[in-house]
Design a protein around this ligand. Structure first.
Ligand SMILES: NC(=O)c1ccc[n+]([C@@H]2O[C@H](COP(=O)([O-])OP(=O)(O)OC[C@H]3O[C@@H](n4cnc5c(N)ncnc54)[C@H](OP(=O)(O)O)[C@@H]3O)[C@@H](O)[C@H]2O)c1
Length: 253
């Protein structure tokens, strides 16, 4: 099992949902934390809880990861101050709905920046240090949506397909090193995700602890990705790739 004790973990989107749960789990395992999100008050509240419960060091950073170059400047800032990040959890993300034709141009850039560009910039910025120290973990939050393009969810599915593809390739590049990489592909999880997206979950969402335990187990097993969903959805996500695109797109509506 990977030993997180004494390492420093950077967790994006730690003010809510799965990011906050990663923080709790890694603090319980003895990691020091750097927590990032826009809602600093929420991060500070979580930090106070974790410092007192587990005696770990927690730094909170108020950053808008939709800003151009946000991931790159965060990685450079951490490197410049000598903070060695051995565990990177690229968790911040959100989804939008609506047809491609009705998207707001600024909202499109924000979604691509948070879900894709920042994930890539933080990974490329922090991976060299992990390889040099020959230890590290990178967990990238994809989604079941990565497996299926869906009309009226084009951007979100495409961003998560990118995260899955990028992470699988990175997994291939890090074989033979002690840097472990996985992409997590959850179905609906009980977080603020659906209220932020302005939708409702299809069926009863899973508890937030489930994907976090699955992610850490996938790191231990060195899996390139892990699907976290009820059996029906898990099988459907695999079968959908075998259908002709025109059939899959109709089913996904
Ligand atoms: N819940 C699900 O059903 C589900 C399923 C599959 C995959 N996912 C993925 O899992 C990840 C975590 O989502 P969640 O379900 O935990 O949702 P959530 O409760 O809405 O949390 C999203 C987190 O992302 C942060 N974030 C969003 N935009 C940001 C920005 N511009 N700058 C900095 N931080 C930003 C939010 O922090 P602030 O608002 O404070 O900035 C928040 O901490 C996402 O990548 C999501 O796509 C979720």
């Amino acid at each position: 099992m990977f030993d997180y004790k004494g390492l420093t973990a950077l967790i994006t989107g730690a003010s809510s949902g799965m990011g906050a749960e990663y923080a709790r789990e890694l603090a319980a395992q003895g990691s020091n934390l750097v927590l990032v999100a826009r809602r600093l008050d929420r991060l500070e509240e979580l930090a106070t809880e974790l410092r007192s419960a587990f005696g770990v060091t927690v730094t909170c950073l108020d950053r808008d990861l939709s800003a151009t170059g946000a991931g790159r400047s965060l990685a450079e800032e951490l490197l410049a101050q000598g903070t060695e990040i051995d565990v990177l959890i690229n968790n911040a993300g959100f989804g939008t709905n609506g047809s491609v034709a009705e998207q707001d141009p600024d909202a499109v850039v924000n979604e691509l920046n948070v879900n894709v560009v920042t994930v890539t910039e933080l990974t490329t910025g922090l991976l060299p240090g992990m390889l040099k120290r020959d230890r590290g973990v990178i967990i990238n939050m994809a989604s079941l949506a990565a497996f299926q393009a869906r009309a009226n969810h084009a951007l979100y599915s495409a961003t998560k397909a990118y995260v899955l593809s990028f992470t699988e390739a990175l997994w291939g590049e890090t074989i033979g090193t002690n840097v472990r990489v996985t992409a997590v592909c959850p179905g609906p999880i009980a977080t603020e995700f659906f209220s932020v997206a302005g939708t409702t979950p299809p069926g009863k969402p899973m508890e937030v602890s489930v994907p976090i335990k699955a992610a850490l187990a996938a790191i231990d097993a060195r899996k390139p990705f892990v699907i976290v969903a009820k059996p029906g959805m898990r099988i459907a996500s695999k079968l959908i790739r075998m259908l002709p695109a025109r059939v899959a797109l109709k089913l996904g509506k």
